[in-house]
Ligand binder design. Structure first.
Ligand code: ACO
Length: 320
């Protein structure tokens, strides 16, 4: 019998500290008008220096467990997407496992920057549909505020911190209907954080850097193509999609993907106005927002998609 993986529950967490565009303009040569008109962002939530990615991830995971009605002892896999791990090692997934009072099963991180949750979801889907796991916590969590150059107005205004999670479980009917991942390392220069630790010293710039227009052009094309591929390969039609749940980087990138899929913006979950770009957390945060606000209902078809540094990107057609 073919096993499928289905989303059993969602959860998310945003740090308490909400910082508006006007707040940023007090210390930075920027304005609400510039940021909002170019990106659609009005505010973001920022973790404190002491708050690590695992702290955010644990709360999102607890909330996803609660809404799914699944208990900790039923979980037999954690896949956590982040590019801001607490430490070089152990993995943030192992730290989250320990903080949740669990042990003994596979827990690991995947690193695909803003496409991280798509990579984590597809990986957990493969474990569950092959019978290697029965119930998985799939988490996207990032604290990009920790790798921002807060004097660089061209990057720091775009990002926020947060975590989102889903519980994925076995099902006789498709939940994850079809998904596709892609990467192209030739474009790593467009978006990266090149610093590394060598012999105890930070070598290279440890802050996020980006070619904004290059990212924009790449993202628009790649997302349109991969969503179209997922539809074609699954035999689904555009009109069967109830909701687009996109990575939240820039409202103009989201509008372009929606247009390509023939969806009006009232079929798109948008959270970036209040959250900014939360990298790997962005898709599960948007999913949880869509579910908790009553917009996304059981049985509906969702197109999830994400893209980020690497370049890495992915899309998944999901029956919620
Ligand atoms: N406030 C005020 N002025 C600013 C700011 C700011 N925060 N940032 C840059 N500027 C200035 C620049 O210095 C420049 O000034 P100049 O003309 O005097 O040199 C001017 O604004 C225009 O700069 P551009 O970089 O050309 O602005 P652009 O219209 O391309 O918008 C933006 C920049 C919003 C970053 C856009 O390129 C974009 O959204 N790109 C996509 C990037 C993205 O989403 N990245 C997220 C990470 S990747 C991902 O998640 C997919």
């Amino acid at each position: 019998m073919t096993r499928y993986a289905k989303i059993l529950g969602t959860g998310s967490y945003l740090p308490e500290n909400r910082v508006t565009n006007d707040d940023l303009s007090k210390t930075l040569d920027t304005s609400d008008e510039w940021i909002y008109s170019r990106t659609g962002i009005k505010a973001r939530h920022l973790a404190s220096v002491e708050q690590n990615t695992s702290d955010l991830a644990v709360i999102a995971a607890q909330r996803a467990l609660e809404t799914s009605g699944v208990t900790c002892d039923e979980i037999d896999l954690i896949v956590l997407a982040t590019s801001t791990p607490d430490v070089i090692f152990p993995s943030t997934a192992c730290i989250v496992q320990e903080k949740l009072g669990m042990n003994g099963f596979a827990a690991f991180d995947v690193q695909a920057v803003c496409a991280g949750f798509m990579y984590a979801l597809v990986t957990a889907n493969a474990y569950i549909s092959s019978g290697l796991a029965k119930k998985a916590l799939v988490i996207g969590a990032d604290t990009f505020s920790h790798i921002m150059d807060w004097t660089d107005r061209s990057t720091c205004v775009l990002f926020g911190d947060g975590a989102g999670a889903v519980v994925l479980g076995q099902s006789d009917e498709p939940g994850i209907i079809h998904a596709k991942l892609a990467a192209d390392g030739r474009y790593q220069h467009l978006l990266n954080t090149p610093g590394q630790v060598v012999h105890g010293e930070v070598v290279g710039r440890p802050f996020l850097q980006m070619n904004g227009q290059g990212v924009f052009k790449f993202a628009v094309k790649a997302l349109a193509k991969i969503a179209e591929d997922v539809l074609n390969e699954s035999g689904f039609k555009q009109e069967q999609i109830d909701w687009l749940v996109p990575h939240q980087a820039n409202v103009r990138i989201i509008e372009s993907t929606a247009k390509h899929l023939g969806l009006s913006m009232d079929k798109v979950i948008v959270t970036l106005d209040e959250q900014g770009n939360t990298s790997a957390a962005s898709v599960p945060l948007a999913l949880d927002f869509g579910v908790k606000s009553g917009q996304i209902k059981p049985g509906q078809h969702l197109m999830l998609e994400g893209i980020g540094g690497g370049f890495a990107w992915g899309a998944a057609l999901v029956k919620y």
